[in-house]
Ligand binder design. Structure first.
Ligand code: ZN
Length: 378
């Protein structure tokens, strides 16, 4: 993974490169920022740069033996830790190493992915996934071995917020007194939930979300997404590359969502209970995850409509344009009086669905409230 393989983040890359060139490499670093920001890839590229035997000022060389090993994820002094749980194929004390094949496959093939995607990929339930104390023992064992390369030993810990307390305390001891030439790179989306004693020992680098243009460009160049779909996905994903890829791949689903959305707001606005109930009947059949995704879509659409009152769009929203629903005409119904309430309504519905609530009851309740809010005029 070279820096040039990672889209955007140009300023950040120069900062990282300069810190190496000035010999300022802190042995424990925390890359933190929102989901889908490319932080994991940057951590790998940073490690590769340090390991490269012929680096330039702007990147690793990509062809020296170390770079080649990095490219195939076989560099012997590169270790990964990530949340796992017991499955049919793991040992009784599940560790990252049990899943290393799947891990390298996902990083190589999908590059930008969320924790949700990782767990789905390996078939682990979200709430069970953690970094356990067995893992910290493993880390200690690996770091106590002699470095194969003679250079740094890299320990990239993805989602350290999933460490349980005993794991975190054990890791803390290693970070406090690390074996020589060891580099810890913690990649976190939620550093506030890490032990403060750990974060205080790390040099912190904020990895911001991507610019929409970088996301759009990536989708077109690397994922073969049609420009109009890439534009919509980038906008909805708001700088989250993992989400944008996911969205673009499901662009077709969005057309369906747009139809549901337009039917919903029309029947709510008319307060036509018969139509509302038949809509609820229809939409509550979606799988739970799809339903949450749909509500997220509604939330983004409501936000976009609200904004249209103040900033006219350069071009109409494609998805809605295709189904002949004009967001510009709908926009005035989402205003200062009800905008916040409508968005909170979507969040609440999505939360309740996620907590295994009954979709029919939740959607009916949400519709009746929406019918009331949509009639609030500026
Ligand atoms: Zn190299």
């Amino acid at each position: 993974m070279q820096f040039r393989n990672i889209d955007g983040h140009e300023d950040l890359k120069s900062t990282l490169l300069q810190s190496v060139q000035r010999g300022r490499v802190s042995h424990a670093q925390l890359f933190h920022g929102p989901e889908g920001n490319g932080a994991l890839l940057l951590a790998i590229a940073y490690a590769q740069y340090l390991a490269c035997s012929n680096p330039s000022e702007i990147d690793s060389c990509g062809i020296c033996p170390s770079c080649k090993q990095f490219n195939s994820f076989n560099y012997p002094d590169l270790h990964f830790v990530y949340p796992v749980a017991k499955t049919s194929k793991s040992s009784d004390k599940p560790r990252s190493l049990d899943f290393i094949q799947e891990w390298t496959q996902l990083v190589k093939e999908e590059r930008y992915f969320s924790l949700f995607r990782w767990l789905e990929f390996v078939g682990i339930e979200n709430k069970q996934a953690q970094i356990s104390v067995y893992e910290s023992t493993e880390v200690l064992n690996q770091l106590n071995l002699k470095s194969y390369s003679g250079g740094y030993k890299f320990m990239i810990i993805w989602m350290p917020e999933r460490m349980n307390n005993s794991a975190a305390n054990k890791l803390l001891k290693i970070i406090e007194e690390p074996p020589a030439k060891t580099l810890f790179l913690l990649v976190s989306e939620n550093p506030d939930s890490l032990l403060q004693t750990i974060t205080s020992r790390c040099q912190k680098t904020l990895i911001p979300k991507f610019r929409n243009a970088s996301v759009e460009n990536y989708l077109i160049e690397n994922e073969g997404v049609k420009p109009q779909n890439a534009h919509v996905a980038a906008k909805l994903a708001d700088g989250n590359m993992a989400r944008a890829i996911d969205l673009a791949k499901r662009a077709e689903a969005y057309k369906g969502y747009a139809v549901h959305f337009s039917t919903w707001v029309r029947s709510c606005f008319k307060a036509d209970t018969h139509q509302i109930y038949s809509w609820v009947e229809d939409v509550s059949r979606l799988e739970r995850e799809k339903l949450k995704d749909f509500l997220h879509f509604c939330s983004s659409t409501l936000r976009e409509s609200f904004d249209l009152n103040f900033i006219p769009a350069e071009q109409p929203n494609r998805v809605f344009h295709e189904i002949k629903f004009e967001l510009e005409k709908f926009a005035p119904f989402v205003n200062l009086k009800n905008g916040r309430q409508l968005l909170e309504l979507m969040d609440q519905a999505s939360y309740d669905i996620g907590r295994n609530g009954n979709p029919k009851i939740i959607l009916t309740d949400t519709s009746l409230k929406m019918a009331r809010y949509l009639r609030l005029k500026n």
